[in-house]
Design a protein around this ligand. Sequence first.
Ligand SMILES: CC(C)(COP(=O)(O)OP(=O)(O)OC[C@H]1O[C@@H](n2cnc3c(N)ncnc32)[C@H](O)[C@@H]1OP(=O)(O)O)[C@@H](O)C(=O)NCCC(=O)NCCS
Length: 170
Amino acid sequence: MILQASAPAPALALQPERPEDRPLVDALIARAFGPGRYAKSSERVREFAAFAPELSVCAWSGTRLLGCARMWRVRVGETPVTFLGPFAVEQGERNAGFGARLVARASEAAAAAGETHVVLVGDEAYFSRVGFSRAAGSAVTLPGPVDPRRVLVRALTPGAVALAGPIRPL
Ligand SMILES: CC(C)(COP(=O)(O)OP(=O)(O)OC[C@H]1O[C@@H](n2cnc3c(N)ncnc32)[C@H](O)[C@@H]1OP(=O)(O)O)[C@@H](O)C(=O)NCCC(=O)NCCS
């Protein structure tokens, strides 16, 4: 009997989100978060934020979408910032570092575009491992209720100003 080795999975490719990726990205987000995602305060932000597809990242293995990190442009007080989310990795592909690579690539793209901060709402236990920390006090507020311990910031430039104020349209 001849045993055939299965073909190795293609290497992970990180690419900006293209218009034609949208249905697959939306479906991945729906699987990862379920219908409750629309109740999140970060969804209220995304209702007025400017989507930044060139800073958003898709992780592909061949034609299979394994993960995504969407990026948006908003303002905190007077400071223009990028807002990250939704961020998801396909269930069976988690814990392999893909999420950390997505966040790193999205942050690099934002820094290369001259952005000074990435802001998100998420678990500090995860995002502290990829460069984020709590916004000082309750300095950064959202248009809806949010646990201030989940409002996290990553400064992209040394000496970036401390953020303070409501998240609002650019
Ligand atoms: C969060 C998510 C994107 C991480 O993707 P990933 O590719 O598994 O991430 P990484 O491989 O970089 O990191 C995995 C590690 O983070 C840990 N981790 C995952 N989610 C965590 C969380 N919410 N809090 C603390 N640690 C977490 C894992 O246990 C794992 O730990 P280990 O390295 O010690 O084993 C993925 O779990 C996911 O899609 N979850 C559902 C959607 C979601 O919650 N998105 C974030 C909303 S802000």
